[in-house]
Design a protein around this ligand. Structure first.
Ligand SMILES: Nc1ncnc2c1ncn2[C@@H]1O[C@H](COP(=O)(O)OP(=O)(O)O)[C@@H](O)[C@H]1O
Ligand SMILES: [Mg+2]
Length: 183
């Protein structure tokens, strides 16, 4: 058996997205590979993630969970990334519950504010600076045509650093044609 297949066989799978599977290499690192049955995509998500990591301007780099190394298999990059607990592993139910509470309070006072899931995370954890954070996220998305919706509202695309700040762990997703049309 090839070394790569051995690694996959003996590693715990910690996550699965629409296009990639993610294996724990240790407590600190994960390996992100393209799903076997999605080879039709030619590794587009890993390619984009790598490009974003390589070309991201310094002032936005704090948003990205670092890629530690990459290597190629059949011209498709395989990514080794720092391992983070996901937002959903921590408090998916609390996020939803608090979001609903904040929105109904806002409706009651006639504001009708729509809270992003990440904004709710900031509130629950007493983090400041959501406005600037969101501006940076939008700038990053526009720069690389990433999906803003996926970014701000899909909690399992975010990982938590030991200091409680959050970093994007799935920055390989392009915005959909629907999002593009809405602009
Ligand atoms: N750096 C990471 N540390 C820990 N878990 C991760 C990491 N990156 C991804 N995952 C887990 O794997 C899942 C799938 O990875 P993701 O990058 O979102 O793939 P896809 O692009 O197919 O959605 C994530 O939802 C998350 O649960
Ligand atoms: Mg994902």
């Amino acid at each position: 058996m090839k070394l790569f297949d051995k690694i996959i066989k003996h590693s715990e799978r910690v996550g699965r997205g629409a296009e990639r599977e993610v294996y724990a290499l240790s407590d600190d690192y994960v390996l992100k590979i393209v799903k076997q049955r999605r080879v039709d995509l030619q590794g587009d998500q890993n390619k984009l993630e790598l490009k974003v990591h390589q070309e991201c301007p310094d002032h936005l780099r704090y948003l990205l969970c670092p890629i530690t190394a990459h290597f190629y298999r059949n011209q498709i990059p395989m990514i080794i990334m720092e391992r983070r607990p996901c937002l959903t592993d921590l408090d998916k139910r609390e996020l939803r519950k608090t979001k609903n509470r904040l929105q109904s309070e806002s409706r009651r006072v006639g504001e009708n504010k729509d809270f992003d899931l990440l904004e709710v995370y900031f509130q629950i954890n007493g983090l400041t600076g959501y406005k600037e954070f969101k501006q940076d996220v939008i700038q990053l998305c526009e720069m690389f045509t990433l999906s803003v919706r996926e970014c701000l509202n899909v909690a399992n695309n975010w990982g938590v650093k030991p200091d409680g700040r959050i970093q994007y762990i799935d920055y390989g997703g392009k915005e959909s044609w629907k999002e593009r049309e809405r602009k």
